[in-house]
Design a protein around this ligand. Structure first.
Ligand SMILES: *Cc1c(COP(=O)(O)O)cnc(C)c1O
Length: 351
């Protein structure tokens, strides 16, 4: 059974997912075989994350385009979010490598560090997190979860000290005869980004390709994976990354080398993704990383009150603020389908 909304002329997502129309429209067996063959440890199992209609939010915004959400906040593993998809691929490499310790870095409230800690717990290996900031007096949000997952924390004062400290930790572990596996900031490597190439295959088994995907983009792995996935499947979908921190040029500069690294990971011809558009919007950063803006507060409230859907204050709220601004400016065409890719981070609401 599917719910149909009053005065909503659109077919429900469940219906279109069941009909299988898209499966023929977007049949691309070679791309599908490639996307499905990406080795991963399915930390969150094999169920696709839901795609849902945001009918009431759409109405509240006076939007004529169809508005959908891909619920990666609802990935079941370790409180979910986009880092789960990246870690599924990276964890498979770490295991093949015989790693006995995962080492990574991030801020005190890093979603990436939280998911890495959960992955280490699941694999039965140790986790050392190099975290910049003050050790919190009271553990909340992601910091609380990292500790619950059993990670060992090493605090450094500044962002600049993170990478040298990770290197020291790796050297120390090697000297102790251990097998550490270092995961860069945000797991934004070509290997991590493969998780989002795969995710495009997952999406296309649920709905026809959307016209626009809007998501939060910071260290670039998610956006690189989405762009490569769309190119691989021959889609004309426009992928818009919304920055929570850095200028557009900087983030596009992170995405580009990951995209070219994906060419060798996927064993496609060098240069295949070189002409892909990398669109990053940095107009919604506000006061900076983790600092709420009027627009991001409004995005959290509108989404919660109209849909019962939670956004995180650092990433997805700013991405939704962008979507709201585009809708109000009439930049989303009536005939288009706009997909908000929810990247998770909801524990940050409780920090
Ligand atoms: C890390 C993160 C992002 C950014 O993803 P990147 O792949 O680093 O660009 C977006 N949203 C949330 C909730 C995150 O934790």
């Amino acid at each position: 059974m599917s719910i149909t909304w009053k005065d909503d002329p659109l077919p429900s997502v469940t219906q279109s997912a069941r009909s299988g129309d898209h499966a023929t429209t977007h049949a691309n067996p070679a791309a599908r075989a490639l996307a499905d063959s990406i080795p991963r440890l399915p930390l969150a199992g094999d169920a696709p994350t839901p795609v849902e209609e945001l009918g009431r939010l759409r109405e509240a915004l006076g939007m004529r385009a169809r508005l959908l959400v891909k619920r990666d906040d609802a990935l079941t593993f370790g409180a979910g979010g986009n880092k789960v998809r990246k870690l599924e691929v990276i964890a498979s490499r770490a295991t093949a490598d015989g790693a006995d310790t995962l080492v990574t870095t991030g801020g005190v409230q890093s979603n990436h560090a939280r998911v890495t800690a959960a992955a280490a717990a699941r694999l039965g290996v140790e986790c050392i997190l190099v975290v910049n900031g003050e050790p919190p007096a009271r553990l909340t949000g992601n910091a609380l979860l990292m500790q619950l997952f059993g990670a060992k924390m090493e605090y450094v004062a500044t962002r600049q000290e993170r990478t040298p400290r990770v290197e020291q930790v790796i050297d120390r572990l090697h000297a102790e005869g251990r097998r550490p596996y270092a995961i860069p900031l945000g797991a934004s490597t070509p290997v991590g980004a493969l998780g989002y190439v795969r995710a495009i295959g997952e999406l296309l088994a649920q709905i026809p390709a959307p016209d626009v995907i809007i998501h939060s983009s910071s260290s670039g792995g998610t956006q690189a994976g989405l762009i490569a996935g769309c190119a691989l499947f021959g889609l004309h979908t426009k992928v818009i990354g919304v920055s929570p921190d850095d200028p557009s040029d900087a983030i596009a500069g992170y995405v580009k080398p990951i995209l070219s690294g994906l060419e060798s990971e996927l064993k496609v011809t060098a240069g295949t993704f070189a002409s892909c558009d990398i669109t990053v919007d940095d107009r919604f950063v506000g006061g900076g990383y983790g600092i709420p803006s009027d627009a991001s507060r409004e995005a959290i409230e509108l989404t919660a009150r109209n849909e019962g859907l939670l956004l995180d204050p650092v990433y997805s709220a700013k991405a939704m603020a962008a979507l709201i601004a585009y809708a109000r400016a009439g930049e989303l065409d009536a005939h288009e389908t706009v997909l908000f890719w929810h990247t998770g981070g909801v524990p940050g609401l409780f920090a």
